[in-house]
Design a protein around this ligand. Structure first.
Ligand code: DQA
Length: 148
């Protein structure tokens, strides 16, 4: 049983990208942290990052049949533009939480709208990279409860 963590465009630059907004933790650090946390809770965590919308859509399709029970996604800028990623989640019915490192609601107006939030199980924004860990804590508790 696995949990898939997807990071969208430019999140490969975490650590050096606008550190005043996104901090100095790298994507490698984030992925190592969620992998360890998942393992401690008894789950495999698969991590995937892409700068390409279609590759993210393909990975969500794969999640339907590869044993993924839940997705945690930071869609980056695709949050605000991608009907295709929304349709991939709607079409596969794979449950997901949306994570944003920054508080998108404190930022430019174009970041206030998400094409995903209304079909997400939950949304995290503004908790820094800790948001991934908080979302994972929720997801493992929920999967544990479902198994009882
Ligand atoms: C982000 C917020 C988005 O608006 C932005 O395009 C990103 C990162 C965040 O994690 O705060 O790439 O999703």
């Amino acid at each position: 049983m696995s949990i898939l963590v997807i990071n969208g465009p430019n999140l490969n630059l975490l650590g050096t990208r606008e550190p005043g907004i996104y901090g100095s933790t790298t994507l490698g650090d984030v992925e190592a942290s969620v992998t360890k946390q998942g393992a401690e809770a008894g789950y495999t965590v698969d991590c995937f990052q892409s700068n390409h919308e279609g590759a993210i859509v393909d990975r969500i399709h794969l999640a339907r049949t590869d044993g993924t029970r839940f997705v945690i996604i930071n869609p980056g800028a695709y949050t605000h533009t991608s009907v295709a990623i929304r349709d991939a989640f709607a079409g596969t019915a794979v449950p997901f939480c949306e994570v944003h490192i920054s508080n998108v609601h404190q930022r430019e107006k174009f970041r206030h709208h998400s094409y995903l939030s209304d079909i997400a199980v939950g949304v995290m924004a503004g908790f820094g990279v800790q948001g991934y860990n908080l979302a994972l804590e929720f997801v493992t508790a929920r999967l544990n409860a479902e198994q009882q």
